[in-house]
Design a protein around this ligand. Sequence first.
Ligand SMILES: [Zn+2]
Length: 246
Amino acid sequence: MATLTIPCVQPWSAPTIRDLRDRVHVIVGTERDVREYDLSADALKERSGEFRKKLSGGHHGARRRPRIELPDENPAVFDAFATWLSRGTVGQGNNSYLRLCHLYTFTMRHDVPLMRNTVIDAFLAAIYRSETMPYDVTKYLEHEARDSALRNMIIDVILPCGNKEKVDEWEVSLAKGFFQIGFHAPVPLVPFEMEGDVRGFIEQQMKDHVCDRYHEHPSGNQLARSDHFFADPPPQGQGGEGFTRL
Ligand SMILES: [Zn+2]
């Protein structure tokens, strides 16, 4: 299988867990599919701006494990986030384009910039592997992530490599604006073959620029907290303690 390695100035590292006993109970989904997680508060606060906000109020009892309910989130998507938190990957073998889009919009809702980078890399790797591009993904992103790095990257691959007919069609729809896809509507993604030399293009003109063009490397709070990793890397396997599936 063709694989792609994308260089990054700030590769993933395990979050800093200062207090192993400081855990958060997260309940995701509703009724038919509810999953519960026991996650490190430090890891959540370091990697997600949204969790940092939720957990910094101090209105939870000092000795009680905070409980956060996310009924509107898809447990399968949250599962990928929990895995990413402890291992830095978003899974392999199941990186369908739509799944990656759902993970991407999750990172926007929960402000998880480093996971966004992982998803961008996985998306480009999926294009590289399959040499196809799902046309409808542009509609989905037009609606859900219009000014996003992921959408910009897809456009940058489609324009030189895409199937001419599809690109024309897509450009017309882009010009009109595409807003008829509801948030929860199932989006049929039919991949189309690319016409150009997709792998050559990605290898020669994309992969070394992904980090500066499409990644986000947070500064301030998040960077400061992970800074010391450069001098004092965490022991192997420490990341695995970041979460426990209940
Ligand atoms: Zn990077």
